[in-house]
Structures are given as C-alpha cells and as structure tokens.
Design a protein around this ligand. Structure first.
Ligand code: ADP
Ligand code: MG
Length: 286
C-alpha cells in the first residue's frame, strides 16, 4: 500500500508559488542570443538638392533574413535601398547624413570604395537589365571578369553555381551562348539575380523585382527569395503587400521619407503598432 504513488493534491495548487516568484528578474538574467545585424543604420537623412527624401531613419536590418520595405509611391523606398550600396552617388546633387554600417563596416567611411561596397551588396532592379550584346554566360560572368578573374575553371564553376542558386540552370544550361535578352522576362530577372550572385555578395537588394512580371514568373522569384535567405541577407522593396506578407520575415513601413514602423512581418500585417501603418496595410491609402 505504501508504494502507491501519492495522489495529486488538487486542493493546494502549486501555481500560487509560481505566480509570486520573481520570474521577470530570472528571465532577464538569461543570456539572450544576439541576432546578427546586416545593416545598422542610425539617424540617416538624405537630400536631392534642396529636397529631403529621407528623414532620420534608424533601423537594424537582420542578417540571413528577408526584410521587406513597403510604403506608398514617392515615400523614399528606392532612395533608401540605393543608399545601401551607394548607388545614389551616380545621381549628382545628393547629400546624406547619419551612420550606415554593413556587417560592422562603415559604408561611407574614408577610403571605402563604392565598387567594393557594390560587390558586397548586390542590386536587382524593377526592370531586368541584361547586357543586350552579351550571352547568358557572359551576363553572369561580367562582374567577375571586371574584377580580373581569368581562371576558366573558376569562371565555369561560378557560372553554374550562380545559375543554380538563381533557379535558372536547368532552363539555360544547354543554351548558355544565346543572348541574355533571348530569355523571357522572368528568366531575365533571374539572370540578373545570377549576375549579382556571381561576385559572391553578402547582401542582395531588390527594388520591386516582380512588378514587370506575370504571376507565374513572380511566384518563381518569390520561391527563389526563400532559398536565397539561407545564404544571403535580402532587402526587397515592394508595393505589393501580399508579396511582402508572403516572402519576408520583417517589414519596414516608410511614409513621406520616414520609417514609421519596423517589426515582424506577421505583426505589421495583423497587429501594427502605429495607426498610419494600420491605415496603409488595410488599404485605406497608398
Ligand atoms: P519610392 O521608391 O518610395 O517610390 P523614391 O525613393 O523614388 O520613392 O523617391 C522619394 C522622393 O525623392 C520622391 O519625392 C522623389 O520625387 C524624390 N526623388 C527620387 N529620385 C530623385 C532624383 N533623382 N532627383 C530628385 N528627386 C528625386
Ligand atoms: Mg521606387
């Protein structure tokens, strides 16, 4: 008889002790796994001549995740993205202020070359832009060749790797000598992604990469973005909110040059903290 397990004591429940324990203090003492940050941007403002396009943006974009940038037309999404790889320097009259770091390195530090930044931070544009006089293979390898890579084995390997990574290899492996422009719109956009990946960047920026594509080609790119996040940090500008909701981990909402809210994508679309975000994601303006 005495070996029988003790009956559970339902009359004096343990939870009383749990409820009064100083749980928050104990939790706070636990070491928190720090998230790796790709872009650490503080108080970033930017102007085109007299016109201010970005106003005091502070944001920490996580590495190896997909971050979507949403907001109405003209709110500074492309401007923001282009500053992340110093593309705006090609536009005369731009001026910026603030601190922009990519994996700890100052993007605008003294002695930092824009060319090296653009190798580490690739960019894919709204309209696919393969070089019209180049073959599929030449389009992929152009960046490497410009960087002085001549070794045939290396070029061959990087070609296949980049095309596989951009989910295009199976479709083009037998026609690598054909012009890049002979491909369909969706294939050309994946070719441009392959071209960016060939120089082994850490981060890939995409400015409305699907807005010129049909739904099937769009779905392929979205699927590709999911695989890219395993190896790269992806920042994608989109004015398609369904796309942001489908393929990103975090979403940043910009409005009139300001970052209004940045959070987990699910939170932005289901329970945003800011009334302007709520109005935008529920389609009340845009
Ligand atoms: P979005 O990508 O969100 O549509 P942009 O970043 O393209 O917005 O533009 C933000 C603001 O900066 C807009 O008011 C736009 O008119 C202005 N702008 C963009 N590019 C230039 C430029 N090259 N020269 C002057 N103003 C510009
Ligand atoms: Mg834009």
């Amino acid at each position: 008889m005495s070996t029988l397990p003790e009956a559970p004591r339902t009359s004096a429940p343990e939870p009383i002790r749990v409820a009064t324990a100083p749980a928050p203090a104990a939790t706070a003492a636990l070491p928190v796994q720090a998230e790796e940050i790709a872009f650490d941007i503080k108080n970033f403002s930017m102007w085109y001549g007299q016109r201010q396009a970005l106003n005091d943006v502070t944001i920490r974009i996580p590495a190896k995740k997909v971050t979507a940038i949403i907001g109405p037309s003209g709110c500074g999404k492309s401007t923001f993205l282009r500053a992340l790889n110093r593309m705006h320097e090609l536009t005369p009259g731009t001026r910026l202020q603030g601190s922009l770091r990519h994996f700890g390195d100052d993007l605008y530090g003294p002695g930092v070359e824009a060319v090296e930044i653009r190798r580490r931070v690739g960019m894919v544009f709204q309209k696919s832009n393969p070089f019209p006089t180049m073959s599929i293979a030449e389009n992929v390898l152009v960046g490497l060749r410009l960087n002085g890579v001549r070794d045939k084995a290396v070029l061959r390997e990087r070609l296949e790797q980049s095309l596989r990574m951009s989910a295009l290899w199976d479709e083009v492996k037998d026609v690598l000598g054909r012009p890049g422009t002979s491909l369909s719109g969706g294939q050309q956009q994946r070719l441009c992604i392959a071209r960016s990946l060939a120089v082994q960047p850490e981060t890939l920026l995409m400015d409305e990469p699907c807005s010129a594509l049909d739904p099937i080609a769009t779905a392929k790119i979205e699927e590709l973005i999911q695989t890219l996040r395993e190896s790269y940090t992806v920042v994608i500008v989109t004015h398609n909110m369904q796309q942001a909701a489908r393929c990103s981990d975090r979403t940043a909402f910009f409005y009139m040059g300001r970052l209004i809210e940045f959070d987990e994508t699910r939170k932005i679309f289901t329970n945003p903290g800011n009334p302007q975000t709520e109005a935008y994601v529920s389609g009340r303006f845009g």
